[in-house]
Design a protein around this ligand. Structure first.
Ligand SMILES: Nc1nc2c(ncn2[C@@H]2O[C@H](COP(=O)(O)OP(=O)(O)O)[C@@H](O)[C@H]2O)c(=O)[nH]1
Ligand SMILES: [Mg+2]
Length: 317
């Protein structure tokens, strides 16, 4: 492991000098999981904790990638150093997207944004471990803000987005879209709403639906701050200035009220919890593989005995 340590140390040194290839390699190590990911986490943790993390989520096809590309390009052109982590099976970088979207992402990276996409499957420990680790790499090397784009359908994807400092939920002008977002649990996590495809009919209705649902949630006292609703036509770049302004106002709000430390603490705990779940699952798999089978023993008491034995051990592996 010493050689792995020193390899990662030199990647970290080069990444600190701004070497993008080293940053990309560190991201890959984190994405693959395992012991290297742990070494990267330990090396980058002390350097991180400064960046604003923006989560952009919503139904597939809502326009998240289009919005993200514009936002990243505008931020890069206005002296920021944005990074994008697209956790999206249909993201422009993983194929399947139309040319216009890919061109916009390329423009954003041409302007200096670091764009990275990842598939939703095949990570040791899952997205819940890979995403925070990759965000930490961006944070450690000065990328700010960091935009995470996720599809707001699976629970893990929603959790990943909701761990951001500012959560943007994108709905479209289609009838009932706001209601769907509500069902997917997106309403509760939104700091800001975007009604995209405002060029299409029904945008005002979508906004009204959202207003009503926010009113109801305010009655039950869930929301800390009433989420603003921004209308955009992402393909035309319309409403993007308003979105950027709303994001930065939310950031100011977090700083003033020290809401930011609440978010960070929630994020920290969520990551510890994901890690713990992962470790427990691994331990459980290993114990099952090595178990001496005796079908006359009741499974629950075998599990209890195994756990007792495991809890008395010092070593993880
Ligand atoms: N008419 C219209 N189409 C849009 C708008 N924003 C995005 N689109 C299109 O909707 C499709 C899905 O966009 P994409 O950004 O990939 O959505 P994602 O799945 O949420 O990332 C693409 O064909 C976009 O060009 C918009 O404001 N108006
Ligand atoms: Mg997308």
């Amino acid at each position: 492991m010493a050689s792995e340590d020193s390899k990662i140390n030199s990647l970290v040194d080069a990444a600190s000098e701004g070497d993008r290839r080293s940053i990309a390699r560190l991201l890959t190590l984190v994405e693959r999981g395992g012991i290297s990911a742990e070494i990267v986490a330990e090396a980058t943790h002390p350097l991180a904790g400064k960046s604003h993390v923006i989560g952009i989520t919503g139904a597939p096809g809502a326009g998240k990638s289009t919005l993200t590309a514009y936002l990243a390009r505008d931020l890069a052109e206005s002296d920021h150093k944005p990074a994008v982590l697209a956790v999206d099976p249909s993201s422009p970088l993983t194929g399947g997207a139309i040319l216009g979207d890919r061109v916009r992402m390329e423009e954003a990276s041409g302007a200096g944004a670091f764009i990275r996409s990842m598939a939703t499957r095949g990570h040791a420990g899952g997205l819940a471990l890979a995403v925070p680790g990759m965000v930490r790499v961006f944070d450690a090397f000065g990328f700010d803000p960091i935009i995470i784009e996720t599809v707001g359908v699976g629970q893990v994807e929603v959790d990943v987005a909701s761990a951001a400092d500012t959560v943007v939920v994108v709905v479209t002008s289609g009838w009932g879209d706001a209601v769907q977002a509500n069902k997917a649990g997106l309403l509760e996590i939104a700091d800001l709403f975007v009604v995209n495809k405002a060029d299409r009919p029904g945008a005002k209705d979508a906004k009204r639906d959202l207003e009503l649902m926010i009113d109801l949630s305010q009655v039950t006292g869930q929301a800390v701050r009433r989420p603003e609703i921004i209308m955009t036509t992402a393909t035309e770049g319309e409403g993007l200035d308003e979105l950027q302004k709303a994001v930065s106002e939310h950031q100011q709000f977090l700083l003033q009220d020290d809401q930011i430390s609440l978010r960070r603490s929630k994020r920290w705990k969520a990551e510890v919890s994901s890690r713990l779940e992962y470790l427990l699952l691994e331990i459980s798999k290993n114990s099952i593989e090595n178990i001496e089978e005796n079908q006359s023993s009741p499974p629950n008491s075998v599990a209890n005995e195994l756990l007792k034995k495991l809890l008395n051990k010092d070593e993880l592996h």
